[in-house]
Design a protein around this ligand. Structure first.
Ligand code: NAP
Length: 249
């Protein structure tokens, strides 16, 4: 018996990177998984196949651009068709568009807010509607150590990830009496495509700032998400858990 047996989890950007590790972890705990993807069609379908075969859960891969309200609406409708309910939402989809502020265009700023911040807002709103009716739910969003402490070259990304912290705490207060918890995970430097674009020198410099002495793995983040998703974590809400090897200390 898994701690999430029979529940349904919707993970945005769940086909690759941290999202994929979250999908696999929740499926390994017995949750049926709805895997949203933006463009990585094959990765999402492979992740779905793997979870079905390995963990025997129901799976569904759904294309939807989280920056478009109508796409997220359709995503929730399709997700609910799988089992009739959604107990867990993980707002994971996110992008970076780094530049120093003098070179950052309005377009770079907007694009990051539309996917990271609006995408999370749309997901939270639809999940809140479903979960209030169910009187049960777990909403977990991916913030970042950058949203808590800032980072040169990431004004747009930091704004979006700090915004997620504010939304998490506010929504936690709105939902606390209704059996719905709202929390965030703030990863440090995690080995995915998002960080693979860095030069070797930048990698080494960053690793030098991590007390744990290594970058994190997507599985490190999935463990923290699973903690918040657990029915036993019902008295934990409005929290932001840094999973960063001590980076933000
Ligand atoms: P990644 O490897 O670049 O993957 C990004 C994911 O977001 C992909 O699954 C992608 O799906 C999805 N996505 C992007 N735009 C989308 C859109 N418009 N609609 C739907 N899905 C979209 O990034 P990652 O490292 O796994 O990061 C996952 C989350 O953790 C992000 O929110 C990121 O900000 C956060 N985070 C990461 C780190 C890190 O060090 N890696 C640190 C702190 C926070 P498609 O490929 O299908 O478009």
């Amino acid at each position: 018996m898994g701690r999430l047996d029979g529940q349904t989890a919707l993970v945005t950007g769940g086909g690759r990177g941290i999202g994929r590790a979250i999908v696999k972890k929740l499926a390994s705990e017995g949750a049926n998984v709805v895997i949203n993807y933006g463009t990585s069609d094959r990765a999402a379908k492979e992740t779905a196949d793997l979870c079905r075969k390995e963990y025997g859960v129901k799976t569904l891969a759904v294309q939807a651009d989280v920056s478009r309200a109508e796409d997220v609406q359709r995503l929730f409708e399709e997700a609910k068709a799988l089992t009739g309910k959604v107990e867990i939402l993980v707002n994971n989809a996110g992008i970076t568009a780094d530049n120093l502020i003098l070179r950052m265009t309005d377009e770079d700023f907007d694009r990051v807010q539309k996917i990271n911040l609006y995408g999370t807002f749309y997901g939270m709103k639809l999940a809140a509607k479903t979960m209030l009716r169910q009187r049960y739910g777990r909403i977990i969003s991916l913030s970042s150590v950058v949203g808590l402490h800032g980072n040169a070259g990431q004004v747009n990304y930091a704004a979006s990830k700090a915004g997620i912290v504010g939304m998490t705490k506010s929504l936690a207060k709105e939902m606390a009496s209704r059996g719905v918890t709202v929390n965030a995970v703030a990863p440090g430097m995690i080995e995915t495509d998002m960080t693979a674009a860095m030069t070797e020198t930048a990698h080494k410099a960053m690793e030098g700032q991590i007390p744990a002495g290594r970058m994190g793995s997507p599985e490190d983040i999935a463990e923290a998400v699973a903690f918040f998703a657990d029915p036993a974590s019902g008295y934990v809400t409005g929290q932001v858990l840094a999973v960063d090897g001590g980076m933000a200390l």
